[in-house]
Design a protein around this ligand. Structure first.
Ligand code: 13P
Length: 258
């Protein structure tokens, strides 16, 4: 019998929320999630809010912090970049790697994504690797080819132990910020495909343990059905994570049912 995978809910604030706003957010979010156990919760505010958030959360185990991006370099003359050790110093545990907005708007290539992934793993930051097809790719039935090639480029050749540290986020580009959530069936199909392919690259034991999140216009209304699909292990939430009460409802949708 396989061990159930603990649900994982992450909120990507993108370029929203100042450091002063994060304090009141956390106050409301902590109250709203007070009774939640058995769900991994990760908040991913902008870099400038991480220090404040970390100070407020202290050593709290329940809510972890993630960063939205990171340099693949360890240190040095890279103006404007943030290193893994700077994030670790703020008790950040997770880092988004290869978000479609980074790929599309900031020219991140598969090669850059892989380098960041490897740096994160070496630095004991757990990467949340984002993959997903565009609308055009889906309309021309290319989604599987795209998912396979993004995944292969990022993780081929890594050890099963390294791969088991990675959380994967399936974020169809056409569903991000558009209000067009993938249907639970579409998402489940893509997740199953990703898990099978992960199995080919790293063995079925790692694939069965790996958590695969869905991202793209997740709301409290769509979360329950998405999260009840067998291969959807959580959500990477953008817009709806900016409201602490709405985000807490999405977290609540992930609580295991007796
Ligand atoms: P939305 O939930 O706003 O569609 O954003 C999804 C996303 O990109 C999370 O990383």
């Amino acid at each position: 019998m396989s061990i159930p995978r603990k649900k994982f809910i992450a909120g990507n604030f993108k370029m929203n929320t100042t450091s002063s706003e994060v304090a009141s957010y956390l106050e409301a979010f902590r109250v709203a999630t007070e009774k939640v156990n058995d769900v991994d919760i990760v908040l991913i505010p902008p870099f400038t809010s991480l220090a404040k958030a970390s100070e407020i959360l202290g050593g709290a185990q329940k809510i972890r912090l993630g960063a939205q991006n990171m340099s693949s370099e360890a240190k040095g003359a890279y103006t404007g970049e943030i290193s893994a050790s700077m994030l670790r110093d703020l008790f950040v545990r997770y880092v988004l790697v290869g978000h479609s907005e980074r790929r599309r708007l900031f020219g991140e290539t598969d090669e850059m994504v892989r380098r960041k992934l490897v740096t994160a793993l070496k630095s004991e930051l757990r990467p949340i690797l984002c993959i997903g097809e565009t609308l055009e790719e889906r309309q021309s039935n290319q989604e599987k080819t795209v998912l396979e090639s993004q995944l292969r480029a990022a993780i081929e050749g890594l050890s099963p132990e390294e791969i088991s540290e990675i959380v994967i986020a399936y974020e169809p580009v056409w569903a991000i910020g558009t209000g067009l959530t993938a249907t639970p069936e579409q998402a489940q199909q893509a997740h199953l495909f990703i898990r099978d392919y992960l199995g080919k690259l790293s063995g079925t034991s790692v694939a069965n343990r790996s958590r695969i999140l869905y991202g793209g216009s997740v709301t409290p209304d769509t979360a329950v059905e998405l999260l009840s699909q067998p291969d959807i292990d959580g959500a990477l939430v953008g817009g709806a994570s900016l409201d602490p009460r709405a985000f807490a409802k999405i977290v609540a949708a992930a609580i295991p049912q007796e």
